[in-house]
Write a protein that binds this ligand. Structure first.
Ligand SMILES: [Zn+2]
Length: 271
């Protein structure tokens, strides 16, 4: 009853012909050497769901970007900016197992949600109407990639056990977007208002902190948001030695001075 394969078929994989044995291709000792490149972060399953292929923005989207390239690239950039490296003992990446990008007809720009059944599976909903309105068309690729990057941060950032101010969550997302060189032309440093207005306003403040306190400051903020509930005074004082209002005052003073002096003070703020 069993049908056997033809005798020429091999039941086990054969060695690849004309290739040196493994020991010869390493430095010789064994196969235990570490690779030269740092280990990559674990990658989630990435999916694309097109809810309305007749919507004009669906073809605009598909023509503007190679989603098979920009999606995994954006994930990697978000992982690198929020976390040191997968092998660093201080690295604690949320266990995001899949991200589904859903293009659909809806109000607004985009939002990210976890699935009810399993919060490690994320969905990014991106408005086709918004994509349709992106102007000029030459901005399509950068704007799509920028919004996708912002939403991917929400798949990977910590939120102080649900107590993180929304402005800080959105500020970190736009800080990553800023550091991927995907800031849109209309973004500018607006020094009016509070530090936690969110989006680019908070992103530029975070960039100031990153410059002043050193590369990795935003990563440290994100890591602290993993560990405890958010209480403004201890949070900023323990992390950066002073309250956030004082830090924001320093920022607005430095930026205001910078504007009047044509940004000549940049060097003095880097210590
Ligand atoms: Zn957001």
């Amino acid at each position: 009853m069993t049908i056997h394969p033809k005798p020429t078929a091999s039941p086990t994989p054969s060695p690849i012909p004309n290739q040196a044995p493994l020991a010869d291709r390493t430095t010789g000792a064994s196969g235990s050497e570490k690779p030269h490149k740092p280990a990559p972060f674990e990658q989630p399953k990435l999916r694309l769901e097109l809810r309305d292929i007749t919507h004009p923005a669906t073809s605009k989207f598909l023509n503007a970007v190679d989603i098979t390239a920009i999606f995994p690239t954006a994930v990697s950039k978000v992982q690198r900016l929020l976390y040191q490296s997968p092998s660093d003992p201080s690295t604690n990446v949320p266990p995001t197992r899949s991200v589904t990008l859903v293009l659909r007809d809806m109000d607004g720009v985009a939002y990210t949600t976890g699935l009810d059944l399993d919060y490690d599976h994320k969905e990014i909903h991106f408005s086709l109407d918004y994509i349709d309105r992106i102007s000029p068309p030459s901005r399509l690729a950068a704007e799509i990639t920028g919004v996708l990057t912002h939403e991917l941060v929400h798949c990977y950032q910590w939120r102080a056990l649900g107590t993180c101010p929304g402005g800080l969550i959105e500020g970190i997302a736009d800080w990553v977007r800023l550091n991927c060189d995907l800031s849109p032309p209309h973004w500018k440093r607006d020094l009016d208002g509070d530090w936690d207005r969110g989006y680019q306003h908070t992103a530029y403040f975070l960039q100031y902190l990153e410059t002043r306190f050193g590369e990795g400051t935003v990563r440290r903020i994100n890591e602290k948001l993993r560990l405890c509930e958010y209480e403004a005074k201890p949070f900023w004082t323990e992390l950066l030695g002073r309250p956030v209002e004082q830090l924001y005052g320093d920022y607005t003073a430095a930026e205001g001075k910078g504007e009047s002096q044509n940004h000549m003070v940049d060097d003095s703020t880097q210590t």
